[in-house]
Ligand binder design. Sequence first.
Ligand code: FAD
Length: 307
Amino acid sequence: MEPLRSSILAAADNDLIRRVVATAPGTRQIVARFVPGETVADALGAVRELAADGRCATLDYLGEYTRDAGLVEQTVDTYLRLLDALSVEGLSGSAEVSVKLSALTVAGDEALAARNLRRICAAAEDCGTTVTVDMEDHTTTDGTLRVVGEARRTWPWVGAVVQSYLTRTESDVAALAHKGSRVRLCKGAYAEPADVVHPDAHAVDLSYVRCANLLLEGGAYAMFATHDPRLVGLLRQRTRWYGRERGSYEYQMLYGVRPDEQRRLAAEGETVRVYVPFGEQWYGYLMRRLAERPANLALFLRALASR
Ligand code: FAD
């Protein structure tokens, strides 16, 4: 992993840095670019804004590695309220939800995560939409795939996520690349030890393309999550090469990142889904966005300095 990226991700875990960043006057301005707000109403506002030019959304209530059972219950409750509101407002055709298992459980209790995921899936089914389970750091990959596999026995539409930076991922994708399987393919956003990841960015990109080929060839509903213009160009060729109809795959990008490209793809008839995080616990999410792109970090430092 590049030194700047890994330093920022390491700093993200430091309590002092967390306090400084969270209270710095310029922080709000940067957060607002990536997180449309803290409430269910803010999330619905973002869905409407995106739907106005043909973009769909996947909504993520921010929070991860929860240590408190009360907070877990509050997270599940927020998802249930969100899904109900999507249905009431007639927005379930434009939005699904993304969940992190570490926000649905405490102390890595997999059975609790699975139970809470089932509650959210049942509500999504009532609402007429779907759920995708985000992938977190590599120590959680096996457990997450297990819980997703179990939920899929009742709800085959539950989306799995794979990360092309992990060397294991091609074999995971081979097992997931079948018809009816919804799979989000991303590069991966966590600070990982060298022995589980590909050695450099080029190798991660090559792995991404190999995984994309497997998904397209196997008939899965591929969800290509990347802002990388080279990859998007290549994916557009590959979808044609594999004879994929539009609507049998989609592109996904993050809220606030390359919005013009999101609109351009949607205007050309591609399905584009924007990942919309909302809620108060934006810190870990923001730090991963800063680590991904030095320009984001520069923007952040300028905003801090201008106050
Ligand atoms: P990068 O290698 O970061 O960037 C490649 C190129 O893309 C850059 O050179 C630049 O040209 C362009 N680009 C990137 N960012 C910007 C920007 N801000 N502005 C303009 N151009 C830019 N990670 C996980 O680990 N687990 C998940 O569950 C997960 N879910 C995701 C869901 C979605 C919808 C998306 C989009 C990402 C998700 N990620 C997840 C994050 C992902 O793993 C990457 O960390 C993140 O997308 C950055 O990788 P990239 O493919 O965009 O390319």
